[in-house]
Design a protein around this ligand. Structure first.
Ligand SMILES: [Zn+2]
Length: 400
């Protein structure tokens, strides 16, 4: 089944708004929820009745003290419903099991290789997901997929995964729903990250947030007033293929001087190899200078590696300026593998943004890296799956 395509998807409904506050605060009162959401107490009451019926919240017994009746507290019971998250990347597929509050129960990362082909990668993924479903004490009710590269919402297919051809032929949603009979939702990885950062990292579910995912490619997920902005067919945020150098080399996409050629981990590694790749300098063969080696060098504060890291962050920051000026968000979050050293990253990118952004837009802009101790993209795929279910909740949640 194909899900509808709107430029703004998952129009946030009041149920998910209430759940967002419960996820953030775990425990609160009806009066507090009404104040925070702007809903009437009657409306909050109606939704809470529904959540109580589904077992997503519990409410304590009323206590009367000398000062009168104490407001009863609501408690989120996120553990009752589970979701499978799958993140498909060029080098690995990650599967995890989450509940509604973002708690992780199971996790598996499987290395995949382009040379083995998509069928082999899919087979490994099915095996891992199948095992996860069988061993979970609660059957997952939905599945969220985060995919790298441009993803066409209308056809349900990845358009291009650079460095791993073949994925563009697979209708992931249809294949997974057929294999596991679980409602499945596919999203661009940066969009998943943006949603997780909004749910778990923002004080308000109505915030405007841009999530920049930079690894081998660069993508942006945009949340406007709490809703994902997808653009036509879900292509919004493909800004890694915006040119920052009209005289630059040709990119895989056909454009010249794309940001991806300058602001990614791949760009850094290529630069580093040019600098020190000569075996005479390092005693290493070029193929021994891997991503992991470079990351280690940055962490060890190797001057050449740090210089190249800072230069790349500079390009990335410069590339983001147009997007931030256009949207003027509350928050811009940087995530994924480019965050090798959090302090160095934030320090460098903030200086670039301060230098090039419109002053009023920079003032008050929150610039941060993705939440530590969680893979925003992975957990975000689950958040999105749960949010989509809440649009037609009676079909998915049980009353027993
Ligand atoms: Zn390009």
């Amino acid at each position: 089944m194909k899900h509808g395509v709107n430029q703004f998807i998952q129009k946030q409904n009041n149920l998910s708004l209430i759940l967002h506050y419960l996820v953030r605060n775990r425990s609160c009162t009806r009066v507090w929820l009404a104040k925070k959401t702007g809903l009437t107490q009657a409306s909050v009451g109606k939704h809470i009745a529904q959540l109580l019926e589904w077992g997503m919240v519990t409410e304590e017994e009323g206590i009367t003290t000398e000062k009168g009746r104490r407001p009863r507290r609501l408690e989120l019971q996120g553990a009752k419903y589970r979701s499978i998250s799958i993140r498909i990347n060029r080098d690995y597929i990650t599967c995890a099991l989450f509940d509604m509050s973002g708690r992780q129960y199971d996790h598996k990362q499987i290395p995949v290789k382009a040379t083995e082909g998509v069928d082999a990668a899919m087979a490994k993924m099915y095996k891992a997901v199948g095992h996860m479903i069988r061993t979970s004490d609660i059957k997952p009710i939905c599945m969220g997929l985060a995919v790298a590269g441009p993803y066409n919402k209308r056809t349900g297919k990845i358009v291009l995964m650079s460095g791993f051809p073949g994925w563009e032929k697979v209708d992931l949603q249809a294949e997974l729903e057929k294999a596991f009979s679980i409602q499945t939702f596919v999203e661009h990885d940066a969009v998943c990250g943006a949603m997780a950062e909004t749910w778990f990292g923002s004080s308000s579910p109505n915030s405007n947030l841009i999530f920049i995912a930079a690894d081998k490619g660069i993508g942006a997920g945009m949340v406007i007033n709490g809703n994902i902005y997808e653009g036509r067919d879900g292509f919004a945020g493909e800004f890694g293929h915006s040119s920052i150098n009209v005289f630059g080399p040709q990119c895989e996409c056909g454009n010249l001087g794309c940001l991806e050629l300058y602001g990614t981990l791949k760009a850094m590694l290529d630069d580093y190899k040019d600098e020190v790749g000569n075996p005479l300098d390092t005693g290493l063969e070029p193929e021994e200078i891997t991503e992991e080696y470079f990351i280690r060098k940055v962490r060890e504060k190797d001057p050449t590696a740090v210089e190249i890291y800072k230069k790349t962050i500079g390009y990335l920051g410069f590339g983001v300026v147009g997007l931030v000026n256009t949207m003027s968000p509350d928050t811009v979050v940087f995530g994924d593998k480019i965050i090798i050293d959090r302090d160095l990253f934030i320090d460098t990118v903030t200086r670039v943004l301060k230098r090039y952004l419109v002053g009023e837009i920079f003032q008050g802009l929150e610039i941060r890296t993705a939440l530590p101790d969680m893979d925003s993209i992975l957990v975000g795929a689950s958040v999105i799956a749960f949010e989509r279910l809440l649009q037609d909740p009676s079909a998915s949640f049980t009353t027993d």
